[in-house]
Design a protein around this ligand. Structure first.
Ligand SMILES: Cc1cc2nc3c(=O)[nH]c(=O)nc-3n(C[C@H](O)[C@H](O)[C@H](O)COP(=O)(O)OP(=O)(O)OC[C@H]3O[C@@H](n4cnc5c(N)ncnc54)[C@H](O)[C@@H]3O)c2cc1C
Length: 480
């Protein structure tokens, strides 16, 4: 809890900038989607920020950063607040910095866009599609399944990959994000430009080492993707199609510096396998398109490759139940295919039954389909299977996002142990630190950058295990 005198001094210093201490607003804006995890719900449910500030532009943001630093108040940046591990939950109170007022496109050129960090990705996608510097417009290389409610700064600060990762890799792959402007939390905030590999210093750092204000991202020519559903008599058949599709995309579409031969086999933006026990959670939106007696593959396919895709689906014994563009889906009131994959599968289930939770796994390539069948036998109705097919610059990757019938912590970690014993990496989504989740080890380059961008250790405290109190430069904050 911050001393009231310091909060008052902070508020005086940001006069003219929008802020609130309304209890309801603070309660809502101190949360993200950590409630997916019963364990995080227990740990984070009562954490609260003390004042929410929403600057309108970069000049106002700099005043907020300076005022927080001078008064030694913690500051947690918040974009859409859709992170899953309490990434933007202020563990130690202080300022919640709502970044969504920084929502401008700064420039669009062939192959790249520069924008402010608080832009919602849907707005960004619309803007680059509408701009004709490339005839027909351009598109983002990837977005999370929360595209419509998450910001680009939040995606780079807390995300990993998503729809588009089958085609273009994950966020950290070279060339996907090419420049980030970061404002430091100092009495006289500075703007630091990170380019090339240096962007990794703030990527997935949970807003602990500087405030991203601008990003430059690579683009490709826009494609009017066909959102597709194919049904199968068994989950193994669905998975085998996904493996074949991933291999085909990998051999057809170059990624980064990888000079894969262009065999023109398949081009896709999303390849998702969801087993039949998820179908009841999709019934309202999809009805007979995903019935409870069939397993599904949701995909987004390049229209030029639809005939090849239909052949592949047929060869794997699949039945097409949907092939529509995003505009057609909107007109029909049906969600896009990317909202049927990634972490949206869990959301579909949780909307109906809060007793579920999930896990995040990474599987070796080529995928061992028989092992997944064995897991389904072993865990029965306790674990429901869902897999995402993607690539990084090293080649194909398969992510599992299984739904887990939560019993207790001990059982959850027994199941995690079962996945790990079978060679799957588990990115623990039931912890809130960077290292406890996906990163596993302390990223010393990120900590070194924190010493520069947040020398007093005020940003989102408690989220990185690499920062020790004695690293903080003593502050000359006024006595409370
Ligand atoms: C249903 C569902 C589906 C999801 N699907 C995916 C998916 O497909 N892929 C994926 O990677 N993630 C996914 N996520 C997680 C999350 O939605 C994404 O990572 C999203 O991009 C986060 O954006 P946000 O604006 O909501 O970020 P927030 O939750 O607001 O912030 C995320 C982190 O970034 C920091 N941050 C935000 N803005 C800045 C900034 N300007 N400067 C510095 N730090 C900042 C915050 O402090 C926080 O630590 C999903 C989550 C849900 C609930």
């Amino acid at each position: 809890m911050t001393a009231p005198a310091l909060i008052n001094a902070f508020l005086a210093a940001i006069e003219g900038i929008s802020w609130t201490q309304d209890n309801h607003t603070l309660s809502v804006k101190s949360k993200d989607y950590f409630w997916y995890s019963p364990l995080l719900q227990q740990t984070l449910g009562d954490k609260l920020g003390e004042v929410l500030v929403k600057p309108r532009d970069q000049a106002e943001l700099i005043r907020v950063a300076a005022a927080a630093c001078k008064n030694h108040i913690n500051l947690t940046v918040r974009g859409g607040g859709t992170g899953n591990y309490g990434q933007c939950v202020p563990l130690e109170g202080g300022v919640i910095l709502d970044i969504t007022g920084l929502n401008r496109v700064l420039s669009i050129a062939p192959g790249q866009v520069t924008c402010e960090a608080g832009m919602f990705m849907m707005d960004l996608e619309r803007a680059v599609r509408a701009d004709n510097c490339v005839p027909g417009g351009q598109e983002l290389l990837m977005y999370p399944s929360t595209r419509d409610i998450a910001t680009i700064g939040g995606f780079v600060g807390g995300g990993y990959g998503g729809a588009g990762s089958i085609r273009n890799g994950i966020l950290k792959d070279p060339g996907n994000v090419t420049r980030i402007k970061v404002v430091t939390l100092e009495a006289e905030p500075r703007a630091i430009e990170l380019v090339g590999a240096d962007i990794q210093k703030v990527h997935h750092a949970f807003g602990t080492n500087g405030i991203m204000t601008e990003l430059t991202l690579s683009l490709k020519p826009a494609v009017n993707w066909v959102h597709h559903i194919a049904l199968f008599d068994g989950y193994s058949q669905a998975l085998k199609l996904c493996v074949a599709a991933t291999d085909a995309v990998n051999r057809s579409v170059p990624i980064g510096d990888n000079n894969t031969p262009n065999e023109a086999l398949l081009d896709a933006f999303l390849i998702t396998a969801v087993e039949r026990r998820f179908a009841p959670f999709y019934e309202k939106e999809f009805g007979a398109r995903f019935p409870a007696n069939r397993d599904a593959v949701f995909s987004m396919i390049h229209p030029d490759y639809l005939p090849q895709w239909r052949d592949m689906v047929e060869q794997h014994g699949g039945l097409e139940t949907m092939a529509m563009t995003e505009d057609e889906l909107i007109a029909a009131g049906i969600p896009p295919a990317f909202e049927c994959g990634w972490n949206h599968t869990t959301l579909m289930a949780l909307r109906q039954d809060r007793s579920w939770t999930n896990l995040q796994t990474i599987h070796a390539w080529p995928l061992d389909v028989a092992k997944i069948e064995e897991h389904m036998q072993r865990w029965g109705d306790e674990v429901l299977m869902h897999h995402e097919f993607a690539r990084d610059h090293n080649g194909p990757v398969v992510f599992g996002l299984p739904l887990i019938a939560y019993f207790d912590k001990e059982r959850l970690y027994e199941i995690i142990g079962g996945f790990e014993a079978d060679g799957c990496m588990v990115l623990d989504n039931h912890v809130y630190t960077i290292e406890g989740g996906g990163m596993k080890t302390i990223d010393t380059a990120q900590i070194d950058f924190k010493k520069i961008a947040d020398p007093h250790g005020l940003m989102n405290p408690g989220k990185t295990e690499g920062w020790q109190d004695d690293m903080a430069v003593p502050s000359s904050a006024p006595a409370a």
